[in-house]
Design a protein around this ligand. Sequence first.
Ligand code: NAD
Length: 271
Amino acid sequence: MENYVLNNGVLMPKVGLGVYQMKNQHEDAIVWALRNGYRHIDTAAFYHNEELVASAIQKSGVDRKDIFITTKLWNSDHGKKTKQAFETSLKKLKTDYLDLYLIHWPSPKYIESWEVMEQLYKEGKVRAIGVSNFERNHLEDVLKHGTIVPAVDQIHTNVFLQQEELHQYLVKNQIQHVAWGPFGHGNQQLFNHPVLKEIAEKYGKTTAQVMLRWNLERGISVIPKSINPERLKANLDIVDFRLSQEEMRRISSLDTNKRGFVNPNNKLMLW
Ligand code: NAD
C-alpha cells in the first residue's frame, strides 16, 4: 500500500475504506478488506459503527498498529464535549490512540474543538489531527487561532465536483486533501460517463478505477466505500497505470462544480 506523508511526517495510506452506512451485517466486508490489503479505515462517531470497525479489525488478525484509523468528531459534540467524544470513540474502537481525528463539519464551535484536538495531539493520544468539509474561510480561521496546521481536509471530491480552487489552497498550506464520495456516492452518471469509459477501456480498467487514479494523480487520497469483495479489490488495484496529461485535461473539463450529494433517501443534500 502506497502512502502520503502528512505535514507532521506521519504516513497515511493513499487508499482507505470508507465505512459510511456499514452495519453489523457488513462486518465480513471490512474483515475481507483488511485481509486483502486495506490498511486505512475511515469511520466517524456519526456512522455509529466504530464498534463494528473494532470487531472487524480484531477478526481480521491484522495488527492494530498496522492499520490507520480515522474517526471524526460529530457536530453535537463540539466545544466542551470534544474530549469526552474523543474518549468515547477510542473506547468504541477498542484502541488507546487514533491515527487521525477530524472535525467532521465546521459547526459553530469548531475553534474551541480545535484547541482540544491540539491538546489531545500534544498528549500523544492521536498521531494527526485534521478537519473535514472545511472551506478556505474555515481553514484560515483555524490557521489564525490555532498553533497546529491541520494535517488533512477531507472534502467531497469527484469528477463532477473537482474542488480545484480549494485543492490549490490545501497544497499551498501542506494540508493533505482526502476525497470523500469519490464516486459521487455511487452516481451512475459518473460510472457511465463516455470520456471515463473511453479512458478505462484503453487501460483495461473500469471507470471506477480511472476515477480513483485521477485523484491519486492529483495527490489526493481516496476512501471509496464498497461491501463487495470484487469492487473492494478493484478499488485498490489502481497503482499499475498512470493517466496522461491529456487524459487529466479531458477529465478536468467534466467538472460541474455542483455541490451536494444524494442521500440514502435519494434526496440531493446541498450545503
Ligand atoms: P462513494 O463515492 O465511495 O460511493 C460508494 C458506492 O459506489 C458504493 O455504495 C457502491 O455502490 C459503489 N461502488 C464502490 N466501488 C465500486 C466499484 N469499484 N465499481 C462500481 N461501483 C462501486 O460514497 P460514500 O460512501 O458516500 O463515500 C466514501 C466514504 O467517504 C464514506 O464511506 C465515508 O467514509 C466518507 N464520507 C465522508 C463524509 C464527510 O462528511 N467527511 C461524507 C460522506 C462520506
